[in-house]
Design a protein around this ligand. Structure first.
Ligand SMILES: Cc1ncc(C[n+]2csc(CCO)c2C)c(N)n1
Length: 228
């Protein structure tokens, strides 16, 4: 079965040009969640780092509010900041609390280099570019988890990581992906015209997306290391 495009032609084009896409979405860490074989210490290490990741990722979406050039772009970016800081980090807080890790400990966790590299890369894409550059750096994260969640929702053979899988396989998150897919296509059309692939900016946007995808692979690698 071919992976979902979330209604976005631009995402489909960026994904096709990202050599590391399968290494990201079919990483051993993901496979470990699918089968339930992922060691718990690796998952917890990932989750603590991911909490800090989401703090900085929220800042990046807040930059989307700053860089927006329409009210629709501003609304989606502002709603995502709200969803992230007020709702989505709850999974992390609740799972970690059961393992005796407090939210204060999460907030002050030292960032692993792979984590630091990824979030600051995304921030820089927004700082040095426009809204669309920022979206190209954010897209692998948002839509990649949508793709991984949808597949694991169908293919998981264990319920050990059902909370995580359910978060991203669920209708609510799949709806977020469709919204972000629409936002990306509209943002590209507004800036690059009806055939974005023919724009002189296209290759650079593909490279941004491909780099963020490589950084996702590094993030999973870092997670696995935590189980050692
Ligand atoms: C390393 C890493 N990559 C992607 C995500 C997924 N993610 C990040 S923000 C968000 C909500 C919408 O922006 C989602 C689904 C993650 N948690 N950690």
């Amino acid at each position: 079965m071919s992976p979902p495009d979330f209604g976005s032609r631009v995402f489909a084009g960026w994904r096709a040009a990202a050599p590391a896409w399968d290494a990201y979405t079919r990483h051993a860490f993901v496979e470990g969640m699918r089968t339930g074989q992922l060691p718990r210490p690796a998952f917890l290490h990932y989750l603590v780092q991911d909490y800090v990741f989401l703090v900085h990722f929220s800042r990046a979406w807040a930059m989307g509010v700053v860089k927006a050039e329409s009210l629709a772009e501003m609304r989606t970016a502002a709603a995502t900041v709200d969803a992230l800081v007020n709702h989505e980090m709850r999974l992390h807080v609740e799972v970690c609390a059961k393992a005796g890790i407090t939210e204060a400990a999460l907030y002050s966790a030292a960032e692993e280099p792979e984590n630091l590299a990824y979030t600051r890369y995304v921030m820089d894409a927004g700082l040095s570019g426009d809204f669309l550059d920022l979206m190209a750096a954010l897209a692998p994260c948002v839509l990649g988890y949508g793709e991984i969640g949808a597949r694991l929702g169908r293919e998981a053979t264990s319920d050990v990581y059902a909370d995580w899988i359910g978060t991203y396989a669920g209708e609510e998150y799949q709806g977020v992906c469709a919204e972000v897919g629409g936002l990306i296509d509209a943002a590209a059309a507004a800036r690059l015209g009806a055939e974005p692939e023919r724009s002189p900016r296209w290759d650079r946007l593909c490279r941004r997306f491909a780099t963020a995808t490589r950084l996702e692979v590094g993030f999973w690698d870092m997670g696995l290391r935590g189980g050692a």
